[in-house]
Design a protein around this ligand. Structure first.
Ligand code: BEZ
Length: 252
């Protein structure tokens, strides 16, 4: 997937704003080394540095890393596959916010993170959990099916595991899970009744692969209409996000 890093910063800044409470769980200690995987345009990576850590950020997207380097030239950023990476020196902590649901190879992520940590090091992350944007995904599917786009309707872009599934995977790879929660977080969309369409264009464009451009506006409008009773609260639109947040320690 190709990212528009400017649009991401402009319209989806809430991603890093909501990251503040995951940072509390990370609980950075001055001087420790932290790796931020799926760092996007680097806002939380910078905050981790400001809290006194020796931090590096990585992302699969070259566009995101270019923007992160431009915004924060004093933070080291690198393009890396979070499902298959190795590090020169192990870290005290690996952190991730709103990125791991883009990676279906969860075993590869957890194995790489485990190997990147010092014994006793911690993995602290938040991602979309089971049921995340369930209403949005159901509305997209319904509209695509109705118009005969049956192949596109089956598109699976994201990986939203249950708490049991992900924590079991962490344990199987040698982690001790010391905290895990799966919770609802109604997330505001910008731009009123255009918000759903803008969100889908930014994050879910893959659903529209092979559909003529001239059809898109009509389909997006129908999806928006289906979601309106659930998403529009007195003019402010919200998406039905469900988060999975955890802290796991590499057993010594
Ligand atoms: C999320 O943060 O839950 C999310 C963001 C973009 C696409 C899918 C999920």
């Amino acid at each position: 997937m190709k990212w528009n890093a400017d649009l991401y910063d402009d319209k989806h800044g809430f991603v890093s704003q909501f990251g503040a409470s995951v940072l509390e769980l990370l609980d950075v200690k001055p001087g420790e080394s932290v790796l931020d995987i799926g760092c996007g345009t680097g806002d939380l990576t910078k905050q981790i540095q400001e809290q006194g850590a020796d931090v590096s950020g990585t992302d699969y997207s070259a566009e995101m890393i270019a923007q992160a380097r431009f915004k924060y030239p004093d933070v080291p950023f690198e393009v890396t596959d979070a499902a298959n990476f190795s590090v020169e020196y192990p870290y005290d902590a690996v952190f991730s916010n709103a990125a791991l649901h883009w990676i279906h190879n969860s075993g590869g992520v957890i194995k790489s993170v485990y190997e990147a940590l010092k014994p006793g090091g911690r993995f602290v992350a938040e991602m979309g959990g089971k049921g995340n944007i369930g209403k949005l995904r159901a509305a997209i599917k319904q509209v695509l099916q109705k118009h005969g786009y049956t192949h596109q309707a089956e598109t699976q872009i994201w990986y939203f595991p249950s708490l049991g599934e992900y924590t079991s995977l962490l344990e199987r790879h040698g982690f001790r899970v010391t905290y895990a929660i799966h919770f609802d977080r109604k997330t505001p969309l910008q731009d009123g009744d255009q918000g759903v369409a803008k969100w889908i264009k930014m994050f879910g464009a893959q659903y529209f692969t092979g559909i003529p451009q001239a059809e898109h506006a009509k389909l997006l409008k129908e999806i928006t209409t289906l979601l309106e009773p659930h998403y529009n609260e007195n003019g402010q639109w919200y998406a039905d996000y469900k988060r999975l947040r955890f802290k796991a320690v590499k057993e010594i």
